[in-house]
Write a new protein. Structure first.
Lengths: 236, 385
């Protein structure tokens, strides 16, 4: 039996815009199982990033219920949200968000420093993560010395080094050329298979879509289509 | 805290030259505060030591009618202290007079002191080794003002206790160098018994100088003024100068702190994505604020280390060789040695370090508190501020 790790019920998210409100998500109902490799696709403003932010406990729903790893996001305190992100959620951003003054090694190590791992544990895990993404040779370089593809692989290593349950990737290939985008996606597919980590993407990149095993099409804050690619069956 | 320290340290080291430039601004404030306070403390130490060695001893037992600030009290402010109370005390009789060097008239204070005393540094032993009938010793400033030197004779005129004028030729048998203007300027020291005799008194003293073995007793007609009480005006004057001039280094400190505030405020604006990333990785906003606050504190610690590197040789030089002043303290009526040797006590160093670290912490916290209002999602986009 598949283990459900995320459930979304009637999710509504509104943002204030001057005196009015903009509704970014309009009653989303979804669930994700452990080890899924899924993605939200759709045009800009469709609500992809908003839903990722809520799943990542960086934001809260206006209405509805979002349960991540059996925790109601709405009810989490700031401290509990931070703990959830620290232990269970990895983020990959479009613009990599690497810390420029840290080396590749230190950027990856940061996620473990927050978890108070010992130096030995950190070293072992960081080297393993760098090996997964093929960057052991560049561990002493700093982000400004890396190409876009290399930077995003560092970001992937940082996201998976703590072996989180969920990795949320927001337009991870948007700043990469086609060759690098494929390398990145293959890396993530491999990690998804090896670690059984759930990957959820927000993308409008066709190249990414070819790797997804589940595509959730969003438009105007609503789910238009939820398709399991390998099995060619629609869930919604 | 440990993590905050690690991250802050990495951020500061990673920022390279910028970190060192900011730290240099603070190090300058650190060095100047220490320099100034070290000089003041050195001055204070020397002034207290000089005042004790040249005048105050371990306190004065004053005739109750004598007020050193009231010139008119001299006439009646003297008496005979019973012998049983005079142990460990040296008598000084103060009287008024005039001398006429090169035909000019100069008002002076005559001070009669026991030639055998060893409590203060007035060279009274010179009275014992001279054939002069009316020997006197004077300070170098007095000698300069009156154009007198050792061996010179000058006419002294005074009124005795009955108001009768008398005059003699005194001989200058010694000129002493002192930083204490109130034993030098306008004063002429003579043997105690001789002065008593000249004014028609016997065993009369205006005040007694106590030595370290003296134990104060209640004596009718006499008041004991302790060493600390005597020194208070000296210390108060120096402290007044200390507080007045502290405005200068506090301004410098304010500039240093403004640099930290400015750097952190700008840094927070520029590093919004980084802040968002830290939050996404699992730090709370409070922890990020703490990290930035620690960064600010570390600027001050780096500043202290940097200041210690270039300040220590300077401080050692000032403590050993001192700093000379072209202006004499006599002209200002204060005890000021021609060379002041700085004193850098552990207390001064610790207080200065704490001042810098605490003020840097406050300023950094003020700059970092904007992080608390940041929306993490907007911060990740670099649009939170």
């Amino acid at each position: 039996m598949e283990q459900k790790i995320i459930s979304i019920e009637n999710l509504v998210k509104r943002f204030p815009m001057g005196e009015k409100e903009f509704t970014a998500l309009k009653g989303i109902n979804l669930s994700f199982d452990k080890g899924e490799f899924a993605g939200f696709v759709g045009p800009s403003g469709s609500g992809k990033t908003t839903i990722l932010n809520i799943l990542g406990t960086l934001d809260k729903p206006t209405e509805g219920t979002v349960n991540v790893l059996e925790k109601d996001v709405e009810k989490l305190t700031k401290k509990e949200s931070a703990l959830m992100r620290k232990q269970n959620i990895g983020f990959i951003f479009q613009s990599f968000n690497l810390l420029p003054v840290y080396t590749v090694y230190e950027n990856v190590e940061l996620a473990l420093l927050l978890l108070n791992k010992t130096a030995t544990e950190r070293k072992q895990a960081v080297m393993e993560a760098l090996e997964w993404v093929g960057l052991t040779e560049l561990k002493d370089k700093r982000p400004p010395q890396l190409s876009g593809g290399e930077s995003q692989r560092v970001a992937i290593a940082r996201a998976i080094v703590k072996k989180p349950s969920i990795v949320l990737a927001d337009e991870p290939t948007a700043n990469l050329d086609a060759a690098n985008a494929h390398v990145i996606m293959k890396t993530m597919v491999k990690l998804n298979e090896q670690l059984q980590t759930t990957f959820i993407f927000a993308t409008h990149d066709e190249k990414v879509m070819t790797y997804l095993k589940r595509i959730i099409k969003l438009a105007d804050g609503k789910v238009l289509e939820d398709k399991i690619i390998n099995q060619q069956t629609e869930k919604q | 805290m440990n993590l905050g320290l690690k991250l802050a340290y990495k951020n500061l080291i990673g920022a390279g030259l910028k970190t060192w430039l900011n730290s240099f601004a603070l190090s300058f404030a650190f060095v100047l505060i220490l320099f100034y306070n070290g000089m003041i403390d050195g001055w204070n130490n020397e002034a207290r030591r000089d005042a004790i060695e040249w005048d105050y001893g371990y306190g004065h037992l004053r005739n109750e009618n004598y007020d050193p600030l009231d010139f008119f009290s001299i006439q009646d402010g003297h008496g005979v202290l019973p012998a049983k109370y005079s142990e460990n005390l040296t008598p000084v009789l103060v009287w008024q007079g005039n001398i006429y060097p090169q035909g000019r008239s100069m008002n002076i204070l005559l001070k009669g002191i026991d030639p055998n005393q060893t409590i203060i540094k007035i060279p009274t032993d010179l009275f014992k080794n001279t054939d002069a009938e009316y020997p006197a010793v004077i300070g170098a400033k007095m000698a300069e003002n009156a154009n007198l030197k050792v061996g010179d004779m000058v006419q002294l005129r005074w009124r005795d206790q009955n108001g009768t004028f008398d005059a003699v030729q005194i001989t200058i048998v010694g000129v002493f160098n002192t930083n204490v203007p109130f034993v030098d300027a306008g004063q002429l020291w003579m043997p105690y018994d001789l002065l008593n005799k000249m004014v028609g008194l016997e065993n009369n003293a205006t005040y007694y100088i106590a030595n370290d073995k003296y134990e104060p007793k209640d004596v009718e007609g006499w008041t004991f003024v302790s060493q600390e009480t005597l020194l208070k005006p000296v210390t108060d004057l120096i402290n007044a100068k200390k507080y007045g001039a502290s405005v200068m280094y506090l301004l410098l400190l304010a500039i240093g702190l403004l640099v930290i505030f400015d750097t952190l405020a700008l840094s927070i604006f520029r590093r919004q994505r980084e802040i968002g990333t830290h939050i996404a990785l699992g730090l709370t906003q409070k922890q990020v604020i703490r990290m930035f606050t620690i960064e600010g504190i570390m600027y001050s610690i780096f500043g202290i280390v940097l200041g210690a590197v270039y300040g220590t040789p300077l401080f050692i030089y000032l403590a050993k060789k001192g700093l000379s002043f072209p202006v004499s303290g006599d002209s200002m009526g204060i005890i000021l040695a021609p060379t002041i040797y700085s004193v850098y006590s552990v207390e001064l160093i610790i207080k200065t370090i704490l001042l810098l670290i605490i003020s840097a912490a406050i300023v950094s916290r003020l700059a970092a508190r904007r992080i608390a209002k940041m929306n993490p999602v907007e911060a990740l986009k670099g649009k939170a501020l």
